[in-house]
Design a protein around this ligand. Structure first.
Ligand code: NI
Length: 170
């Protein structure tokens, strides 16, 4: 495993529509291992393949609900993920992105989503998420379509110093 370089704006790969994955061979397995390591080292709670310069539909998410300190973070690896269902209720929250350093913004997202995709063994998985986890999935899946949180943000602002680290979550 190795940590890959996270690409930042204005790298064009961040604006591409990533392509579906059909080969679950060693190249994909290596990519997933490296994405997990890169996300943890950043650190971040999510990462999409285009953020390491690979235009494939792959995301990793690792997040623990903050309410329970004893809950260890759960790792999700999804290939060709899609939002299968979403609630009509929306919620606004502050997002950042490792590919857009030192910028944060208020983004309105669907409060609840059901994500469908394949795991690294090509098995179908379905995940129901709400709150921050739902937000992270929506942010990461947007990356696969070349959409960045700043495109959706009602308001963006610049961060400086330590605050920047905290907010550059995914
Ligand atoms: Ni991001």
């Amino acid at each position: 495993m190795s940590v890959r370089k996270i690409v930042t704006l204005p790298h064009p790969v961040l604006r591409q529509k990533a392509r579906k994955v059909s080969d679950f061979g060693p190249e994909l397995q290596q990519l997933i291992d490296d994405m997990v390591e890169t996300m943890r080292s950043a650190p971040g709670v999510g990462l999409a393949a285009p953020q390491v310069g690979v235009p494939w539909r792959v995301i990793v998410v690792e997040y623990a609900e903050e309410e329970d300190e004893n809950t260890s973070p759960k790792l999700y690896t999804l290939v060709n993920p899609e939002i299968a269902r979403f609630s009509n209720e929306t919620v606004t929250g502050v997002e950042g992105c490792l590919s857009i350093p030192e910028i944060a913004g208020d983004v309105e997202r669907q409060e609840k989503v059901t994500i469908k995709g394949l795991n690294r063994n090509k098995q179908l998985v379905k995940i129901k998420a709400d709150g921050w986890l739902a937000r992270i999935f929506q942010h990461e899946i947007d990356h696969l379509d070349g959409i960045l949180f700043t495109d959706r943000a009602e308001k963006v602002w610049k961060l400086e110093g330590e605050t920047a680290q905290v907010a550059s979550a995914d």
